[in-house]
Design a protein around this ligand. Structure first.
Ligand code: MD6
Ligand code: FE
Length: 210
């Protein structure tokens, strides 16, 4: 193996519908370092409350890092180079890129890190991540803070689903045949982690968007 090829990913703790879950692969100190770096991202690119294309407010607050960020408003949802306030997104922190390199396998570099903040009442409806140009590239999801009930289903709406709790420091990879499965967050378990001083949950998803 040449020096530049990425290390083979470690074995996942479990796979669910082909999605690879690495439980608590991020040690506490590294979680705190990532959280600090995301704090700086949020200072430069404040969390905003997106609305769906139909005008329905989403319960999570969002921002992004990277060359492009994901936005949703009355004009629809899309990746774009500017925060809704008109400023470029901050760079993806190295602490976060390090997780990508550990688990993404022979993938390209991510150009978007979507930051989702969940308060106690927030959830995320079942959706596919399919706005990316190259769907052969995985999406890597990092959970920080309170635990969340993650549901995963099928390549089309409907049918049976399976659920798993995601805890702080867990990393989930949706790649290969699992890349286009519907998934969402049913609920948060408030008070289950002390990582975020105010409580709540942060989910980071790294993508190759363009
Ligand atoms: C969340 N996650 O964990 C929502 N998307 O808050 C996602 O929507 C997601 O976990 C793509 C790949 C992995 C994910
Ligand atoms: Fe998603």
């Amino acid at each position: 193996m040449s020096k530049t090829s990425p290390a083979a990913p470690p074995s996942p703790t479990l796979t669910i519908r082909g999605a690879a879950l690495y439980r608590e692969i991020i040690p506490q100190a590294a979680q705190r370092a990532i959280l600090e770096d995301i704090g700086e991202v949020v200072r430069q690119a404040p969390l905003f409350a997106p609305v769906t294309a139909r005008g329905k407010p989403m319960s999570v607050r969002m921002t992004s890092a990277g060359a492009v960020g994901w936005v949703s408003d009355r004009g629809g949802y899309r990746y774009q180079a500017l925060h809704p306030r008109g400023t470029p997104w901050p760079a993806i922190p190295d602490s976060v890129l390090g997780i990508w390199h550990r688990v993404a396998g022979p993938a390209r570099m991510p150009d978007c890190c979507l930051v989702n903040h969940y308060g106690a009442e927030a959830r995320m409806g079942l959706h596919q991540d399919r706005d990316e140009a190259d769907l052969t590239q995985p999406v890597v999801s990092i959970s920080l803070g309170d635990a969340a009930l993650f549901r995963i289903g099928n390549p089309a709406r409907g049918g049976k689903t399976e659920s798993v709790w995601l805890s702080s420091g867990d990393v989930l990879v949706l790649g290969g045949a699992a890349r286009l499965l519907y998934h969402g967050i049913d609920r948060i378990r408030p008070g289950s982690s002390a990582l975020l001083p105010q409580g709540g949950r942060i989910n980071l998803t790294l993508r190759v968007a363009r």
